[in-house]
Design a protein around this ligand. Structure first.
Ligand SMILES: Nc1ncnc2c1ncn2[C@@H]1O[C@H](COP(=O)(O)OP(=O)(O)OP(=O)(O)O)[C@@H](O)[C@H]1O
Length: 278
């Protein structure tokens, strides 16, 4: 998918939120979902966002993707204020919605059919270069031979693998992941962490990951943002310097468990903090 963009910002920052407020609802039902939020993200960052339910994590994702406008403040993406030009964005959500009448390969190739410059040559390249690109991604996520299957023939874990392929097939600069592994069992989830890490290390897109799983955040991210309860603000911006590639062994190291314990404490505190008057 694509976000529109206008006006300028240094390109060393791929995304920036400046004093952003987001208010939902009208009249007496109006409430502040995000409160004067500031955030700078650099190209190649893998940012995980954690925080109490309803604190505004997905709202930040939507702002950066251009799906939502701030009520006040500014959102810049790739040097432009969200609103005019275009940047390639890949997205994956908890529910890997695939079109049931298409094969897995055709589903994966969908962004190439829609997003320029790929769309211009889609008819020509769908049986050659784009086909190989989809097959290459399928191989990386362990789905070789499943390209011709239909979505209903695959398990939830397999669909989420295919979903990652679809999010990455057009080499997006920004990858937005909203609880992508939330519905999967722990083993499949941990397998997909490693696959996602590998894919990220190869092409280094900037990633925004929303997750409730603190181990997932610590395993994958280079930065973890902890948010306060609604109205959300970023209260902690933690650099994660654990060596890559991280493995399941990493998750047993004291640095890792200390980090996840710290995050847990911060979120418990955020949940207990009283919501300020609006
Ligand atoms: N379009 C909308 N209209 C009205 N309220 C909204 C809208 N989108 C989000 N909200 C509200 O804004 C707040 C922040 O929502 P958001 O989805 O960003 O939270 P979140 O941190 O991602 O939550 P969760 O962890 O539960 O998924 C919530 O109270 C939510 O109900």
């Amino acid at each position: 998918m694509e976000a529109g963009l206008t006006s300028a910002m240094p390109t060393s920052r791929i995304a920036q939120l400046e004093n952003v407020n987001v208010r939902f609802g009208k009249g007496s039902n109006a409430f502040l979902a995000l409160d004067r939020t500031n955030l700078t993200v650099h190209p190649g960052d893998f940012v995980a966002m954690v925080g109490p339910s309803g604190c505004g994590k997905s709202t930040i994702l939507k702002l950066v993707a251009g799906l939502l406008r701030p009520t006040e403040g500014h959102v810049f993406v790739a040097g432009r204020e969200v609103g005019a030009e275009r940047i390639g964005i890949g997205m994956a959500f908890q529910n890997p919605t695939m079109l049931p009448w298409l094969t897995i390969r055709e589903n994966i190739m969908l962004p190439l059919k829609i997003v320029q410059p790929y769309a211009a040559t889609f008819r020509r390249d769908k049986r050659t270069v784009f086909y190989d690109r989809a097959e290459g991604l399928l191989a990386k996520v362990g789905l070789t031979g499943f390209g011709d299957r239909r979505p209903w023939e695959l398990s939830g874990g397999m669909l989420q693998r295919a979903n990652l392929c679809r999010a990455l097939v057009h080499s997006p600069k920004l990858l937005m992941l909203d609880e992508p592994f939330g519905a999967l069992d722990q083993f499949t989830r941990e397998e997909l962490w490693s696959i996602l890490q590998e894919l990220w290390m190869e092409t280094r897109p900037t990633v925004f990951l929303v997750t409730h799983d603190l181990r997932e955040a610590a395993f994958l991210a280079s930065r973890i943002l902890v948010m306060s309860a609604r109205p959300g603000r970023v209260t902690e911006d933690r650099q994660v310097d654990l060596a890559r590639p991280r493995t399941l062994e990493t998750t047993f190291q004291p640095e890792f468990t200390d980090l996840t314990n710290d995050l847990r404490r911060l979120i418990v505190e955020a949940r207990q903090a009283k919501e300020p008057a609006q």
